[in-house]
Design a protein around this ligand. Structure first.
Ligand SMILES: *Cc1c(COP(=O)(O)O)cnc(C)c1O
Length: 292
C-alpha cells in the first residue's frame, strides 16, 4: 500500500457525527508530491509502448510536477529536458537544484517565451530540437493523468469500504477528474480551487470531460487571493492544524482545501453521519519556496 489512510478526530466534526479520514499521499515520498506521482502512473507504459527517446516538460521554478517528473526519470534513466519559467530574473531554486542533481537538463525561458510555449510554432520548434521526445504539459496534466487515481480509490476502499465524500485540492483538475471518474456514482466529490478564475468550473468540466459524471463540485471561494497567495489566517490555521493533528499541509493546495472543509463543517453543509476522505496530495516540499 503506497500510503496510509488515517482517521483524524476533532470535536468540530465529531459533534456532527462526521468522520474525517486523511489519505496520506504526502507520505509516498519525502520530496516528490504524492499526486504528481499518481499522475505519472500512465507514463512508463506510455513511454515504453511508443519508444520515446526522452521527455520534455514545463513548469515554474518551484513546480511539484517538474520535481516529481525529474525523480521518476532519474530512477528510470529517461533523458529529461525541463523548460522553466524564470522568476525575478533568477532561475535557481531548491526544486531546480534537485532536478539538476537528478540529471535533467534545465532550460530557462523568459516570461514572454514561456507564455508562447503552447503555440504551434514553438511546439514545432521543440519537436525539431528534441525528436521523438514525449511532451508533458505544465502541471503534468497529460490527458491520461487521471487514470493514476483509480489505484488511490481502490486503496481507500480497502480500509474504508464506502466513504460518502472525497475532498481534494485543485490546480489543473487532473486529480479531481481522476476521483470523479473512479468513485462510485453515489459518492460526492468537492474539489477546492487553489487559484482565482471566474470560468474555472466550466474550464475543468470541458478539459476533463466531466459532464457525464454526477455528484461533484468545485469550491471556488477558498483561493486566499489566488494561486500561491496566502494570508495570515491561512498560515495560522495550518500551524494550529499541525499542532492539533500532527499533519503538515502545504499552503498552496492542501491548506486551502482543509480550510474549506472546516468551513463546510462550521456552516453545517456536510450531512451528519458522513464519512469524509481528504486526499492529502503532498507538496510539502513547496514550503521551501515560501521562505526562499
Ligand atoms: C499539482 C498539485 C495539486 C493540483 O493537482 P491537479 O491535478 O493539477 O489539480 C494539488 N496538490 C499538490 C501538492 C500539487 O503538487
Amino acid at each position: 500500500m503506497p500510503s496510509p489512510l488515517i482517521p483524524v478526530k476533532d470535536p468540530l466534526w465529531a459533534d456532527q457525527d462526521i468522520e474525517l479520514w486523511i489519505k496520506r499521499d504526502d507520505l509516498i515520498h519525502p520530496v516528490v508530491s504524492g499526486n504528481k506521482y499518481r499522475k505519472l502512473a500512465f507514463l512508463m507504459p506510455e513511454f515504453e509502448d511508443n519508444r520515446y527517446q526522452g521527455i520534455v516538460s514545463f513548469g515554474g521554478p518551484h513546480s511539484n510536477h517538474i520535481h516529481a517528473l525529474a525523480w521518476v526519470c532519474h530512477h528510470h534513466n529517461i533523458p529529461l529536458v525541463v523548460l522553466v519559467r524564470s522568476s525575478h530574473e533568477y532561475p535557481d531554486s531548491p526544486t531546480l537544484r534537485d532536478v539538476r542533481q537528478w540529471g535533467a537538463v534545465v532550460e530557462v525561458l523568459s516570461p514572454t517565451q514561456y507564455r508562447l510555449k503552447d503555440t504551434e510554432e514553438y511546439l514545432n520548434h521543440l519537436e525539431k530540437k528534441y525528436p521523438g521526445y514525449l511532451m508533458i504539459p505544465e502541471g503534468g496534466s497529460h490527458p491520461k493523468a487521471p487514470v493514476g487515481f483509480e489505484k488511490m480509490i481502490r486503496e481507500v476502499e480497502m480500509c474504508l469500504p464506502d466513504p460518502d465524500l472525497y475532498i481534494c485540492p485543485v490546480g489543473t483538475g487532473a486529480t479531481l477528474a481522476g476521483i470523479v471518474r473512479f468513485k462510485a456514482p453515489r459518492q460526492y466529490v468537492i474539489g477546492v480551487s487553489s487559484l482565482k478564475s471566474s470560468s474555472f468550473y466550466q474550464e475543468i468540466k470541458r478539459k476533463w470531460s466531466l459532464d457525464q459524471y454526477p455528484r461533484w463540485t468545485l469550491a471556488e471561494q477558498w483561493h486566499f487571493g489566488g494561486y500561491g497567495k496566502m494570508t495570515k489566517t491561512l498560515l495560522d490555521f495550518l500551524g494550529r492544524f499541525e499542532q492539533d493533528h500532527g499533519v503538515l499541509l502545504d499552503p498552496v493546495y492542501n491548506g486551502k482545501a482543509m480550510f474549506a472543509f472546516h468551513e463546510y463543517v462550521r456552516f453545517h453543509l456536510i450531512p451528519p453521519g458522513s464519512k469524509v476522505v481528504f486526499l492529502h496530495t503532498g507538496g510539502v516540499q513547496g514550503w521551501r519556496g515560501v521562505n526562499y
